[in-house]
Design a protein around this ligand. Structure first.
Ligand code: CAA
Length: 380
């Protein structure tokens, strides 16, 4: 076993870190205040190959894999979690399932445009009545001649506002048991009848759009189906195994930013005649933050390594996301506490980290869903 990153992974990490420090960190507060990402960033991310990290080279990607993606995502999220989630969803939740389940024609049609950043991807599973119970979804696709007509409203779609391609899960068989009548469709967002609905005003991650998507009689052909008819739900869950590694990496990145800000402040801020880092109460917080984050980081890397080696990783991805998201929220809470009143204002970026961390325990499967997934594996 070797815990050191390979030369290639170290180079990828350093490139992502330099970009994050140089371009993302200076923009992160503005992204949060403007509720959108700086449009200039999309081309910069494309130049660095960030839109095709898990896509084969023949389709314009770099094929670096999930471990590299996790390392990149930690660095991006350390600086700006709104940018981080956009890159995570695009790679893990849209490009990866096309690579894994798509036909040659689908790969040729979509992956080059996704790899270059010409199109951004979004993943649309949730609805008003189906969040944790994802298989309860009701938006539908019905056969009509040689194609399909899509109807219904989806919710909580990351990058819904900007996406050019939507991977959407719809009910195609109302009579089958609920998880067995769902199909995955690849839908271009310029299709007639496709509409972006309400944009959510969120607690954190404000630079990333989260929207409702409305399918109002959108017509697609059989070539839009990813995988098989009525067999889309396992694709949704397999895809989330990969996505959860990305959100685990995001949580580690946010937590790391909290730890670094706390160490800096502990050295600078003086009370009772000395830097507050001299007090054991502060030291113990820093120690617990660092131990939790290191454990979470190792779990994220292990899950990514399993996925890159085509081994089952559902339990490990859920464990990594569970621990990393809890650790990020612990770090964010203690970070604000260490900063005191200053941490409660937006003069320091730690209040944004506190708000951004919260979602990591909610999306791509809430904390209790990760526990459910882990327990099902243990009790098999
Ligand atoms: N990979 C592949 N197939 C899987 C799988 C996996 N990891 N887990 C289960 N399956 C298969 C099962 O074998 C079963 O297949 P068969 O029909 O052939 O038997 C089928 O999928 C259904 O599985 P379950 O019976 O376990 O399904 P369930 O209804 O009990 O649900 C659940 C399981 C874990 C609760 C699931 O609904 C879940 O993960 N819920 C959370 C939803 C979620 O994470 N949403 C995220 C939304 S996207 C998002 O957040 C993105 C963003 O914004 C950033």
């Amino acid at each position: 076993m070797n815990f050191a990153l390979s030369e290639e992974l170290s180079l990828i990490r350093d490139t992502a870190r330099d970009f994050a420090n140089g371009e993302l960190l200076p923009r992160a507060t503005q992204h949060d205040r403007d509720e959108k990402l700086d449009p200039a960033l999309f081309d910069m991310l494309a130049e660095l190959g960030m839109w095709g990290l898990t896509t084969p080279e023949q389709y314009g990607g770099s094929d670096f894999g999930n471990h590299a993606l996790a390392i990149v995502l930690e660095e991006l999220n350390r600086a700006c979690a709104s940018t981080g989630v956009t890159v995570s969803v695009h790679n893990s939740l849209v490009c990866s399932p096309i690579v894994k389940f798509g036909t040659d024609a689908q790969k040729e049609r979509w992956l080059p445009k996704l790899s270059s950043g010409e199109l951004l991807g979004c993943y649309s599973l949730s609805e008003a009545g189906s969040g944790s119970d994802a298989a309860a979804l009701k938006a539908s696709a019905r056969r009509d001649g040689d194609g399909w007509v899509l109807e219904g409203t989806k919710l909580w779609v990351t990058t819904g506002e900007q996406a050019g391609l939507c991977l959407v899960y719809l009910r195609t068989n109302a009579d089958a048991p609920k998880a067995k009548g769902i199909t995955a469709f690849l839908v271009p967002t310029d299709a007639p009848g496709f509409e972006v609905g309400k944009k959510e005003m969120k607690t954190g991650l404000r630079g990333s759009s989260t929207t409702e998507l409305i399918f109002n009689g959108v017509r697609v052909g059989d070539d839009a189906i990813l995988g098989e008819v009525d067999r889309g739900f396992p694709i949704a869950l397999d895809t989330l195994d990969g996505g959860r590694i990305g959100i685990g990496a995001q949580a580690v990145g946010i937590g790391q930013a909290c730890l670094e800000a706390s160490i800096k402040y502990a050295k600078e801020r003086e009370q009772f005649g000395k830097p507050i880092g001299h007090f054991q109460a502060i030291q113990w917080k820093l120690a617990d933050m660092s131990a939790g984050l290191d454990a979470a980081r190792l779990m994220v890397h292990r899950a990514a390594w399993l996925r890159d080696n085509d081994q089952p990783c559902g339990k490990e991805a859920a464990q990594a996301k569970l621990l990393a998201s809890q650790s990020a929220n612990y770090c964010a809470d203690e970070c604000v506490q260490i900063h005191g009143g200053a941490g409660y204002t937006d003069d320091f970026h730690v209040e944004r980290l506190f708000r951004d961390a919260r979602i990591t325990e909610i999306y791509e499967g809430a904390t209790d869903i990760q526990r459910l997934v882990i327990a099902r594996h243990l009790l098999r």
